[in-house]
Design a protein around this ligand. Structure first.
Ligand code: ADP
Ligand code: NI
Length: 217
């Protein structure tokens, strides 16, 4: 199979797997991350094939969506093997997928390679800005969470376990993760885009609180 064929078949496989997701991780999230990662790749000059495979497969074994995988990219690995992808390349793609996820405000998530940094940036750009706001509330609704609870302040999680256990209101997620992402971008291009998306979230939060507190009267 050619690289083009493998990418095409991988996209079809992932599209089918994510078709019915209602947690903000539907196929269009994957498609946006794929497109953003390709755009970053052009700017930063990384290996396109690795970036595309990792972007397409990055949420297949995510701990939030597939808890039984235990954070290991088991399905991604099996798929890459089935497609006959070179084992060293498959290993690199799996390394990227494993390191990608945010794991708490005080937990570092370094990426060894430029390809990994690009896919992590693309995934994180999709978590902020207008789309990030929409996805956060979609996820909160999916998990049965409150929009906002003034009685439970945000917490800066020091371990992945604490972060995973947190079931707090969606507004807290902005302080616990989304507003921290602009300073955790890897590439200069993503940093620039993140600054603008960040400003949009800050405006949204200001307006949200103004309406909540009746400040318009
Ligand atoms: P990551 O692996 O870094 O978490 P994902 O692509 O899996 O990235 O998607 C993360 C998105 O899931 C967040 O940006 C947010 O929209 C949503 N999400 C995750 N946890 C929460 C939460 N506790 N409250 C609201 N949204 C959440
Ligand atoms: Ni994702």
């Amino acid at each position: 199979m050619t690289r083009e064929e493998i990418i095409h078949r991988t996209a079809e496989y992932v599209k089918d797997e994510f078709a019915r997701d209602s947690s903000g991780h539907d196929w269009w999230h994957i498609a946006r991350v794929w497109k953003t990662a390709l755009a970053l790749c052009k700017q930063e000059g990384a290996d396109v094939y690795t970036v595309e495979l990792a972007a397409l497969l990055h949420d297949l074994d995510d701990w939030k969506l597939s808890p039984s995988a235990g954070g290991k990219p088991v399905r991604a690995e099996a798929w890459l093997r089935q497609m006959g992808v070179d084992p060293a390349l498959a290993e690199h793609v799996c390394e990227i997928i494993t390191g990608l996820s945010f794991k708490g405000a005080l937990v570092e998530t370094p990426m060894r390679t430029l390809e990994g940094q690009i896919v992590q940036d693309a995934d994180r750009l999709d978590a902020i800005g207008a789309i990030g706001i929409a996805r956060a509330f979609a996820y909160g609704g999916h998990k049965g969470r409150l929009l906002y609870d003034p009685d439970s302040p945000p917490r800066m999680h020091a371990s992945f376990e604490q972060y995973q256990k947190s079931g707090s209101a969606t507004i807290n997620h902005f302080y616990e993760k989304l507003l921290l992402l602009k300073d955790r971008m890897n590439t200069p291009t993503a940093k620039k885009i993140a600054a603008q998306r960040h400003a949009h979230m800050e405006q949204f939060l200001e307006q949200f609180m103004r309406e909540w507190e009746g400040g318009e009267f």
